[in-house]
Write a protein that binds this ligand. Structure first.
Ligand SMILES: [Zn+2]
Length: 410
């Protein structure tokens, strides 16, 4: 379906640039973690935008912000987040919230007939600056665990409840947020790709067919510290060499046996950590992801057995603790078809691709059918002040979002 109606890219551009001023950094990016001073200001700005668009404003106990066009039946929702990583970019998140807002404005202005309620959503702390990724969407779907909110420290070194003191929210209100959730018909999220594929393939639109699930493991290989000058090689229990060996073998295994799945060792700390001592302990993080649940299960088993094997041959012990975990999701066929058909009708060529990064849409898929529209970002760069897009790509992506929303809310 093509209504002939198009979104107003100039108005959307102004919104994105204006929001990008709040928490702007010298390097040209933004630092706007949830519940920071900049975020609190951005929230007021967004609420004001929702009100001036004639939407009914609602904020739940997790600080998720919704702007609603009333209707009959289940709610069709679109959105993303407005928080950012420290020194991140202007587009990761805001592109999805403000494009959804622009769609609702156009539907109202043009009096496009829809019967179901429509909502634009901005979810709290998608970036996980506080206690794990997706605080807001996890609260919204009722999948948070009180213990994790109480026990884990935020990346600012203080508990979540201390950060909440500057706000009207509490652990209780966050844990009760799901009670405010309307019955949903579907959730759509427009987002920058955060990778180089669309730009390389010269497509303005990506239709996401699956979002990878991930595991964050905190691991430790423990051996024995020894003098670097006097401990012969054959008597060493060198934790670093064990880690190096394991990292190479396991990466090779994932790359050859499960190409498309990912494994990353993002942080390594050696103890005691000095020139003259053989490392007795190597602490490291592992991040592994796949769009297949079966592969994720296989990776858990094989990576553990490879680590144990390496540990045994080198006289070490291996321990791992799961810090965070999400499940892979596949986009439901009816939404994939809707997005593909609509893209074709609008005359916008698209590429179907998986998302290696996690998104609110992945969390929402536990309560409703969810789908994502990607637009390219310059050089694939994201989570950086250099994050940039072409406005014409955002225009096409938002036109697609508009037409998909109209059909879902018919
Ligand atoms: Zn994002």
């Amino acid at each position: 379906m093509d209504t002939g109606i198009r979104i107003d890219i100039e108005r959307l551009r102004q919104d994105i640039l204006e929001l990008g001023e709040i928490g702007a950094t010298e390097e040209g990016g933004v630092s706007r973690p949830s519940f920071s001073k900049a975020d609190l200001e951005a929230r007021e700005w967004l609420k004001d935008r929702f009100r001036s668009a004639g939407l009914e404003l609602r904020v739940d106990g997790a600080g998720n912000i919704f702007g609603r066009m009333p209707g009959e039946g289940r709610t069709v929702m679109a959105g993303s987040h407005i928080d950012s990583v420290i020194n991140g970019g202007k587009f990761d998140g805001p592109a999805g919230v403000l494009s959804a807002l622009e769609c609702l404005r156009r539907i109202r202005e043009e009096r496009i007939p829809v019967s179901k309620p429509l909502e634009v959503a901005a979810f709290t702390d998608e970036e996980g600056n506080l206690v794990g990724d997706f605080l807001g969407s996890r609260a919204f779907t009722g999948t948070l665990v009180r213990e994790a909110l109480e026990k884990n420290l935020t990346q600012f070194g203080v508990p979540l409840k201390d950060i909440l003191k500057n706000t009207e929210y509490s652990l209780d209100s966050i844990l009760q947020a799901a009670a405010d959730r309307p019955e949903l018909e579907a959730f759509l999220e427009l987002h920058i790709e955060q990778g180089p594929v669309l730009e390389t393939e010269e497509r303005s639109i990506g239709i996401v067919d699956a979002i990878a699930g991930k595991n964050y493991w905190m691991c430790c290989l423990t051996g024995k510290a020894g003098h670097a000058g006097t401990t012969p090689f054959e008597l060493r229990q060198d934790a670093f060499l064990g880690l190096a060996d394991f990292a190479l073998k396991s990466t090779q295994y994932v790359a050859t046996q499960h190409y498309g799945s990912m494994l990353t060792f993002g942080r390594v700390q050696l103890y005691p950590g000095t020139f003259s001592i053989v490392p007795g302990c190597a602490e490291f993080t592992m991040d592994f992801r796949s769009t297949s649940e079966e592969t994720l299960q296989e990776l858990k088993k094989t990576l553990t057995s490879k680590a144990l094997d390496t540990a045994m041959t080198r006289g070490l012990t291996f321990n791992a603790k799961t810090m965070d975990e999400t499940e892979p999701v596949r986009t439901p066929e009816r939404l994939l078809k809707l997005l593909k058909d609509t893209s074709e009708q609008l005359g916008y060529p698209y590429l179907t691709l998986p998302s290696g990064a996690g998104h609110d849409a992945q969390i929402l898929s536990s309560v409703t059918d969810s789908a994502m529209i990607f637009i390219p970002c310059e050089n694939g760069v994201s989570h950086s002040p250099q994050e940039n897009i072409l406005w014409e790509d955002l225009e096409k992506g938002t036109d697609l979002l508009l037409h998909a929303l109209v059909q879902l809310a018919e």
